[in-house]
Design a protein around this ligand. Structure first.
Ligand code: UDP
Length: 316
């Protein structure tokens, strides 16, 4: 069956990869994006196969017809971007999700929320299973994102309990790949761009903090399986790659893949920066038979190749 699908945040990094998969399987896609961090460039190759609506989901949604499914990916996700206007970021997660849940309730359609490993904050439990409630600072500079996404999860589960809306909550761990924004301050894009430009790699803190990096194609596969599974999904589902690396290890790998062995430059650790992060993915394995297949070396090479072809190496 050809499905009619709403993708909010569809012009962003993850959204545009999701739209590629939906278009390839023949779905009818409507993309909403306010272009705050997304870019029309990301969807230019499918522009004539989808409908694009420039809109901010914190505002009431325009009349767009009936949908079978909603994927909500609308929210700036990198600390640099979500901290520019923290009140707007919070509203995007809370008012935006509320608007989409009302639509899902009215149309009796499924909704998948792009939640985040940030709901675990700076975790005391390592690695993080879905059952861990997290350690989040409610008043810090990351709170607009962390607490906004936690509030969004609360709304989703209350709509499921009160109105029977079918919800899917994916907790996304650090994801990387082609179409990352070279300026959004993420460690993978920063290191690759810096290494290609032969500038020192900016390591924050000691570089011993860890993250687990998932290649974008693996993540999107997880999204689709989660949305499509006929099984009852009781709670949130972690989607991420369970291999854990320190930022020092990542820096070394990036230099190896660019072939430019540039030095490191140590800078201050941002406030509330989690010390470690690694998903337990047993729930995704059990429910969806999902497991990431792209190793960091393979994914980094593909991402380096993308930046080599799409970045002005000399600029800045
Ligand atoms: N980081 C770094 N250098 C950079 C950018 C980030 O060392 O140029 C660190 C950052 O402090 C954090 C980790 O890399 O510990 C991942 O940061 P990112 O912003 O990519 O993701 P998040 O903090 O949301 O996990």
């Amino acid at each position: 069956m050809r499905k009619r699908i709403l993708v909010t945040g569809g012009a962003g990094f993850l959204g545009s990869h999701l739209i590629d998969r939906l278009v390839a399987r023949g779905d009818d896609v409507v993309c909403i994006d306010n272009l705050q961090t997304g870019s029309l460039q990301n969807i230019s190759h499918v522009r004539d196969q989808i409908a694009f609506v420039e809109h901010d989901i914190i505002q009431p949604l325009p009349e767009l017809g009936e949908f079978h499914e909603i994927f909500n990916l609308a929210c700036p996700a990198s600390p640099v971007h979500y901290q520019v206007d923290p009140i707007h970021t919070f509203k995007t997660s809370v008012f935006g999700v509320l608007n989409l849940l009302e639509l899902a309730k009215k149309q009796n359609c499924k909704i998948l929320q792009a939640s985040t490993s940030e709901v675990y904050g700076d975790p005391f439990v390592h690695p993080q299973p879905e059952s861990y409630w997290g350690n989040v600072n409610p008043i810090g500079v990351r709170s607009c994102y962390d607490e906004g996404k936690r509030g969004a999860e609360t709304l989703l589960f209350d709509y499921a309990r009160m109105y029977g809306v079918t919800i899917k909550v994916a907790r996304i761990f650090n994801t990387y790949g082609p179409r990352m924004d070279s300026k959004d301050g993420r460690v993978v894009s920063n290191f690759i761009v810096q290494s290609l430009r032969k500038k020192p790699l900016t390591v924050y803190g000691s570089g011993e903090q860890s993250r687990s990096f998932c290649y974008v194609e693996d993540l999107i596969e997880g999204f689709l399986l989660l949305m499509d599974t006929p099984k009852v999904v009781q709670g949130p589902v972690n989607l991420g790659n369970p291999y854990e690396f320190t930022m020092l290890e990542l820096a070394q790998k990036v230099n190896m893949h660019t072939g430019n062995h540039v030095p490191l430059k140590f800078e201050a650790l941002p406030q509330d920066d989690p010390k470690q992060r690694k998903p337990v993915i047993e729930e995704a394995q059990r429910l969806l038979n999902w497991i990431p297949s792209v190793l960091l070396d393979e994914g980094l090479q593909r991402t380096v190749d993308y930046f080599k072809n799409n970045l002005s190496i000399k600029s800045e």
